[in-house]
Structure formats: structure tokens, C-alpha cells
Design a protein around this ligand. Structure first.
Ligand code: AMP
Length: 325
């Protein structure tokens, strides 16, 4: 994830972190905070280092275990930028131009002002993936096109220069829960959401979480039923409650049957506070000792670097760059 906000939100937790935490038990997992991606749009230099630490601290507080997984900051492993340059040279302008995320993001800034870095963003992302021989890249649907590009780049490179890269599978997390904005349950919860009341930040104080959940938009009926089309607000609350309690949505529907929306909101608010309170406290503890956090990230970077340098050396040899003695 990009370190582009002070706190991750509940959508990031449900849609990404929960899967990552499970995958570290079954896979040799590599996670990084992509600060080089974050600087492709205007950002505040005073803030970037702090948000990078905060994002890493939240990964750990949510359950990413740096002794099981490799956890590091992207810019700490120079091979990411170096491989991205080489991959730039095997990516055609046409295929990079077809990336819809660039079109969307650059339109927002006015196309002439969008940076070349924003344009080549997916190629840096390809480097992030290909450096580690990744078989599986767990992403949301919005990233499908970028992973397809990564596959195309890897296949083309292998064809032109000999087998070098593992071609990753596109692993779309269909089952990952989607969390919607509490004030506008037709839209995904997003850090750029229009109403601050609609977003549950992982680092929100309990009083703020309770206030936001209690003022969530529902509907004019009274029955508590999971029906995302007709009852998006209530369904979103049920999803939140299910994730926070570990109960199924059906169990919650049964338990709360006839109790009214007030009771639903109270139950969801309590469960979300119980889940996020320890995460907030743990994040604060980690941030109170930045030297220890930096040590953990440094160790992760060393582990990542060893693998990445090995891949980069293979790439240099394949392309024909003169080895340094
Ligand atoms: P972003 O910072 O928006 O690129 O999101 C980082 C990760 O969180 C990606 O894997 C997204 O698919 C996931 N994510 C973001 N927002 C939501 C949401 N509202 N519901 C579920 N997953 C989300």
C-alpha cells in the first residue's frame, strides 16, 4: 500500500490486510510500503517519512509478522528502481498508454501536469513483483490490468533474453469483503471519500468510530437483512459487524432480527471498537519506539535486498550489461 494517508481505513483492512495475514501462514510472503509509488503525485515531504512509518506500524499492528514475512520499505531496496528502468525499455509506449488508472489519475490533475513517474507507475509495480519471483499477487479487481501488464512484460523479457522471470498469476481476491462509505453506501470506502464521516480510519479514537457508525446512512425500512442492492447501508453494517466479530452475516441477521437499526449500529460499533482498539494501541506503541520500528524495517530490507539483488544480477547478465568487478 502507498503511504499516502496518516491512517489506513477499514476497507484496506478488509480487502487487503486480512488476506495478507492469512497468506503469511501458507506462502513465503513479501510486503512493502510503496513510498516510491506515493511520490508520483504531489505530496508533502515533511509528511512522507512519518506516513511511511505509520503505514508499516499498522501492517504489524494488524497482524503482519515480520518474523514470518518479509516486510520493508520499497525505497530501501534500490533494485526496485533499477529493475523498473530496465523494464521501461521493454515496455511499449502504446501498452503503457492503455492503463486506465493512469488515465483516471492524470485527468484529475490535468493531463499536462501528470508526471512521467505517474505514467510509468505500473512498470515500477512490475519490478516490485518480478524481483521476488512472485507466483501469486493478491490484489483487488482494480489492479487486474497492471498485473496483466506485468505478465506481458515478463513474458516478453523471457522471450527476448531467455528465461529470467517467474510469470505471476493474477489472483483477484473475489471473496475479499468490499467495504462501502458509511455516508454514501453506493461508493467504496476510500481515503478520498467526500464525507469524513463516511470513513472508518483504523487509528480513529473509539468515540469517533462510534459516532460515525451511529450516523451511518441506512434506509426507511426497519428489517435487518443483507441485501446489497436494496439495502446497501444495512448490508455494509452487517459486513462490518461480521468482520469485526468473526460471526457470519446470517448469524448476525438472526441475532438482531426485529431489534431495529439502532441495535444493529450499537452492536457493530461495539465490535468495531473491540477490534480496532488494540490495533490503535499497538500502532501507537510501535510508533513510540521509531528506532525499533526502523530496525525491523531495516532487517526486512536486508532480507528483501538479498533476493532482489540476485534477480537483478540475472537481469543484467541477460540484457548484456557489463558485470562490475
Ligand atoms: P488503495 O490504497 O486504495 O490502493 O488500497 C489498498 C488496498 O486496499 C488494495 O488492495 C485495495 O483493493 C484495498 N481496498 C481499498 N479500499 C477498499 C474497500 N473499500 N473495500 C475493500 N478493499 C479495499
Amino acid at each position: 500500500m502507498q503511504p499516502s494517508a496518516d491512517s489506513l481505513h477499514f476497507g484496506n483492512y478488509a480487502g487487503a490486510l486480512l488476506q495478507w495475514i492469512e497468506m503469511q501462514n501458507t506462502h513465503d510472503a513479501v510486503f512493502c510500503v510503496v513510498d516510491l509509488h506515493a511520490i508520483t503525485v504531489p505530496q508533502d515531504p515533511q509528511q512522507l517519512a512519518a506516513t511511511t512509518r505509520k503505514t508499516a506500524a499498522q501492517y504489524i499492528a494488524c497482524g503482519i509478522d515480520p518474523t514470518k514475512s518479509t516486510l520493508f520499505v520499497q525505497s530501501h531496496v534500490a533494485a526496485h528502481s533499477e529493475l523498473a528502468w530496465i523494464l521501461n525499455t521493454v515496455t511499449s509506449f502504446g501498452e503503457a498508454s492503455r492503463m486506465t488508472q493512469f488515465k483516471d489519475k492524470s485527468q484529475k490533475q490535468g493531463s499536462d501536469n501528470a508526471t512521467v513517474g505517474l505514467f510509468t507507475y505500473p512498470i515500477l509495480q512490475a519490478a516490485d513483483i518480478l524481483l521476488y519471483d512472485a507466483n501469486v499477487v493478491p490484489v483487488g479487481e482494480d489492479q487486474r490490468q497492471h498485473i496483466e501488464l506485468t505478465r506481458n512484460i515478463a513474458e516478453r523479457f523471457n522471450q527476448r533474453f531467455g528465461e529470467t522471470f517467474v510469470v505471476p498469476e493474477v489472483t483477484i481476491m473475489e471473496s475479499a469483503a468490499k467495504i462501502y462509505d458509511l455516508q454514501n453506501p453506493g461508493s467504496k470506502m476510500s481515503k478520498s471519500g467526500e464525507s469524513p464521516q463516511g470513513i472508518l480510519w483504523l487509528l480513529d479514537e473509539p468515540s469517533a468510530l462510534i459516532k460515525k457508525i451511529k450516523s451511518a446512512v441506512t434506509d426507511t425500512e426497519t428489517d435487518i437483512r443483507f441485501d446489497p442492492e436494496k439495502k446497501p447501508g444495512v448490508s455494509n453494517l452487517l459486513t462490518l459487524g461480521s468482520l469485526a466479530t468473526g460471526k457470519t452475516v446470517a448469524d448476525l441477521e438472526n441475532e438482531l432480527s426485529g431489534a431495529g437499526y439502532g441495535a444493529l449500529k450499537t452492536a457493530v460499533a461495539e465490535a468495531v471498537v473491540d477490534l480496532l482498539d488494540p490495533i490503535r494501541t499497538r500502532t501507537q506503541e510501535l510508533l513510540a519506539d521509531p528506532a525499533e520500528l526502523d530496525r525491523i524495517l531495516g532487517e526486512g530490507a536486508s532480507k528483501a535486498e538479498e533476493f532482489a539483488e540476485h534477480t537483478l544480477a540475472k537481469v543484467h547478465a541477460a540484457v548484456g550489461l557489463l558485470p562490475r568487478v
